[in-house]
Design a protein around this ligand. Structure first.
Ligand SMILES: C[S@@+](CC[C@H](N)C(=O)[O-])C[C@H]1O[C@@H](n2cnc3c(N)ncnc32)[C@H](O)[C@@H]1O
Length: 317
């Protein structure tokens, strides 16, 4: 694992938006190397709880090391955040005061060549955040039919040259299996030479990573579950790094901030149903109408935060 720690994005904004103060309890659903978690625990001042979840075992190990001084106030769980309901049940926690999602991969994951996330370092074409997942990027690249590959690049990478890149990948893999990040990046560069500021392989790598880890499905599935676990006035805070994620967060927060027919309500919104059975009460109210973005100073000091957008919503009584 690379020794340089991931720099937490929008750190002060997160801690303030989550109203962190002694006696409260939080879940950091994307613990990473524990930067946000550490700042939250410091605000709890020795009186509170933070449950940190990550699907990457090496992130759990690094964060547990960093946060061990907080003793029983910090609990780490190796799991997918989509299981947040079961995780809290196992810990006998009914409600929490705040939940954080800082989506995507950490710098530690990106910078470690053996994880295969980046076209900037040569390594095996892997991209699994959780190494117990059965499908890696290598399988997708070498086994998906051309049409599915092209759709994947279009849907998850918004790659305009998706068809051409998919065709070149299929031609190349007929000659020899594509096994490394450099081999894939070279094929993409040939199919779509650089014209703008971003590296030509950026969108292809993003798309594969999202597909391997089923990132958008997980995000879609978890937000309502998480909102149901907040105590009244508790907040949910999501930092996303590309428009596909931000769109899901924006739409889900909007949907959960409106009354909806009880019949389509599958989780705790059913319990909030009005006696006449017509519509459930809103679960959330929006705290940020527009997303919070990093300051110019933060963008200057941490390039990776440039695309960050944070949205916050609050559980209504
Ligand atoms: C951007 S990093 C978080 C960095 C963290 N906030 C910090 O300050 O160090 C995202 C982390 O979320 C984890 N992750 C992404 N999707 C996940 C999921 N569905 N379930 C659990 N962890 C996930 C990744 O493994 C990664 O460690």
């Amino acid at each position: 694992m690379n020794s340089k720690l991931h720099e937490p994005v929008l750190l002060h904004e997160v801690v303030n938006m989550l109203n962190c103060s002694p006696g409260k309890s939080y879940v950091d659903c994307t613990l990473g190397s524990g930067g946000h978690a550490e700042a939250i625990l410091e605000r709890l001042g020795g009186n509170g709880k933070l449950i940190g979840i990550d699907c990457d075992e090496s992130a759990i190990a690094a964060a547990s090391d960093r946060l061990q001084r907080f003793g029983a106030e910090f609990v780490s769980i190796h799991d997918n955040f989509v299981n947040i309901g079961d995780i809290l049940k196992r810990l006998n926690v009914e409600f929490v005061d705040g939940i954080l999602f800082d989506l995507g991969v950490s710098s530690n994951q990106l910078d470690e060549p053996s994880r295969g996330f980046s076209f900037r370092n040569d390594g095996p074409l892997d991209m699994r955040m959780d190494s117990s997942l059965s499908t890696s990027a290598c399988e997708l690249v070498n086994q998906l039919p051309e049409r599915d590959l092209s759709e994947l690049l279009w849907n998850y990478g918004e790659e305009r040259k998706s068809r051409r890149i998919a065709r070149r990948i299929v031609e190349a893999r007929k000659r020899k299996a594509i096994r490394t990040t450099k081999e894939l990046a070279d094929i993409v560069i040939k199919a779509s030479p650089s014209r703008g500021r971003i590296h030509p392989a950026t969108r292809t790598f993003q798309a594969l990573r999202i597909a391997v880890n089923r990132e958008l499905e997980m995000l879609r599935d978890v937000l309502e579950r998480a909102a149901c676990l907040l105590s009244a006035g508790g907040r949910i805070c999501v930092i996303s790094y590309h428009s596909l994620e931000d769109r899901i967060v924006k739409r889900e927060f909007l949907r959960l901030s409106k009354s909806i027919p009880v019949l389509v309500s599958r989780t705790c919104r059913g319990e909030l149903a009005r006696p006449n059975g017509q519509a459930s009460l809103p679960l959330l109210k929006l705290v940020t109408k527009k997303p919070v973005v990093p300051s110019r100073e933060e963008m200057f000091s941490n390039r990776r935060c440039r695309s960050a957008k944070m949205r916050v919503a609050e559980r209504v009584e």
